[in-house]
Write a protein that binds this ligand. Structure first.
Ligand code: DHB
Ligand code: FE
Length: 282
């Protein structure tokens, strides 16, 4: 059998992996009958309203039915929800936070990444392509006190926009790590700059994007989960100023506070980006 590479990634395979990851997480909270009644009624009424306002036809209704069935068959519910819905859930969940801004988690987080010290290089292939990046900063609380031993979980796509464990041929933990900050809450993570990410085009989400004349891109981004005992965990993404799609993210997950300003490193061998995290008390 020929060895598959990341370029052989398919919507169905990455969708199935993302679906399994989500199901393994478990623990969906239950809510009251009254609230389910209210939310489900209002969602269904919002759909009825669109049908009446735009005189939706039977052909369009059948196209929607076929598409919804295909989203499930392709395992693309995590991708669909995380691109078009999650950013508003994140906005509501964190609207009262005093510390750093967060952003969506997306479908490609995997817990249990290799544990690394405060000054670390992420696992990568010997010939990993891409501009070298030193991502550094400090974790503090809202009063400015350092948080020694904070954890920075980081994961990102490679120089071709693919995530390990969601595209074939990549080492299991490529460009993923769980970094423990030093006694001042500081971290220095050596990696490579990711490329913009394109939603898989060969699945149901891709079909919607082309049928609607949209583009399928997210700007290049680093994903992080930053935590410390006694503090609220922040899930965030960091973007690169001036990068493609920063102003035009299909997932609408960019915030001005999350845009990095990388500068060329002194040795000329790459870029350095500095970003600090401020955690609210839990
Ligand atoms: C999706 C992919 C991402 O890398 C991300 O950060 C958010 C959403 C997606 O395909 O749904
Ligand atoms: Fe992502």
């Amino acid at each position: 059998m020929t060895q598959l590479s990341e370029y052989d990634a398919t919507a169905a395979a990455s969708g199935a992996a993302a679906t399994k990851r989500f199901q393994d997480k478990g623990g969906a909270a239950s809510t009251s009958t009254e609230r389910v009644d209210m939310l489900a009624t209002e969602v269904v009424e919002a759909v009825h309203d669109v049908i009446r306002r735009h005189k939706v036809t039977y052909e369009e209704y059948d196209a929607l039915k076929a598409w919804l069935i295909q989203v499930g068959a392709d395992g693309e519910w995590p991708l669909f929800l995380d691109v078009w819905i999650e950013h508003v859930v994140e906005e509501v969940a964190n609207e009262n936070r005093e510390g750093s801004k967060g952003s969506i988690e997306g479908p490609y987080y995997v817990p249990g990444a290799p544990e690394l010290p405060a000054d670390a290089t992420l696992p990568m292939r010997d010939d990993e392509q891409g501009t070298p990046l030193l991502f550094q900063g400090q974790v503090t609380d809202v009063s400015g006190a350092e948080l020694p031993g904070a954890t920075i979980e980081i994961w990102h796509a490679d120089d071709h926009g693919f995530y390990s464990q969601y595209a074939p041929g990549l080492p299991e933990w490529n460009l993923r790590g769980a970094v423990t900050a030093d006694e001042h809450g500081r971290f220095r993570i050596t990696t490579i700059q990711p490329a913009p990410y394109e939603i898989p085009k060969d699945g149901a989400c891709g079909k919607l994007i082309s049928a609607a004349g949209w583009h399928a891109w997210r700007p290049a981004h680093l994903h992080v989960k930053v935590s410390a005992p006694g503090h609220q965990l922040i899930t965030a993404q960091l973007y690169f100023r001036g990068g493609d799609y920063v102003d035009n993210d299909i997932a609408q997950a960019v915030k001005p506070e999350l845009i990095l300003d990388p500068v060329a490193s002194a040795d000329g061998g790459g870029n350095v980006a500095t970003h600090d995290f401020v955690l609210d008390p839990s």
